[in-house]
Design a protein around this ligand. Sequence first.
Ligand SMILES: Cc1ncc(COP(=O)(O)O)c(C=O)c1O
Length: 361
Amino acid sequence: MKIDFANLQYQYKLYKEEIDKAMQDVLDRANYIMGDAVKELEENLQSFTGAKHAITCGSGTDALILAMMALDIKPGDEIITTPFTFIATAETIAFLGAVPVFVDIDEKTYNIDPNQIEAKITAKTKAIIPVSLYGQPADMDAIGAIANKHSLKVIIDGAQSFGSTYKGKTDSNLGDISTTSFFPAKPLGCFGDGGAVFTDDDALAQKMKMLRVHGQNKRYHHKYIGMGGRMDTLQCAVVNVKLKHYKNDLALRQEVAAKYTTALQNKELVLPFVDLNATSAWAQYSVRVQNRDALQAKLKEQGIPTAVHYPMPLHLQECFSYLGYKEGDFPIAERVSKEIMSLPMNPYVSDDEIEYICERL
Ligand SMILES: Cc1ncc(COP(=O)(O)O)c(C=O)c1O
């Protein structure tokens, strides 16, 4: 058996007719920048998430930058986040001259541990960026309470979690601003780069719309220093089609995850944990194993691709050496990064494939 990790070709085949038509429509109109499909997608994202404003942008990375720029994050400001995430979460903080301040993760959900946040708050702290890792929102009630108490802003890095919920609300509809990514392998992906920011705040939405187009409020009139951060019309057309099927895709991901969990119950693995308050978009199904490298090699020989999200926590990355962290600072993130391994995950993993993978595991 040869198993595909994200199975993007299969998904394209499934929706080919609709996607080709939507893309052809953009080509026929040649409205490549800020065309009709952009507005259409933003309206569709608003109805799907319940957020008052959805603003598409160039990527999940751009989304984080737009969110922080809108909140006036300045050089020297401190932003609390998790070290166990993709580099973009903390890289964008540093890119703006601000300082990422890491807090260790919860051992079960792998999301930022709210109990350790307050100890890191200083007079310079401006915001908290929880990441909804592997698709599951962090403990948003606890994080929101800390943010309120200390007048901090909350930006959710929801790059992996579009469509997930916390106490019944989508995680695009929590925090001051929430972001997502439409990178192809994300649960809702386009055919290149794309992303979005979400907020209920009219003023922040207006500002992010301007920042996305070089800070302009009127053509060639620039209120803010902004960026070229638009999402292509073509990519919006693709996401518009996929969004129509997304509820079903999420349900299928949920089923795949449940089947993995049942089949792996008695193995010596640490299985994913989803909090009772949350649902996951299951961007990844990640287990913890003791002998990861050897196991990955053996599985690969048998046609089973696996991946590691992520092998090195951010406080130990060379680019952040100037922050002065050292091994041992965040023991849970460090241990999990040595043990974590993601199994093939997409809406179309078949029962036969699940059985094959779990037997070999
Ligand atoms: C947690 C997290 N944040 C941010 C990003 C950045 O998204 P993009 O690749 O669309 O720039 C990613 C994507 O990999 C991510 O996983």
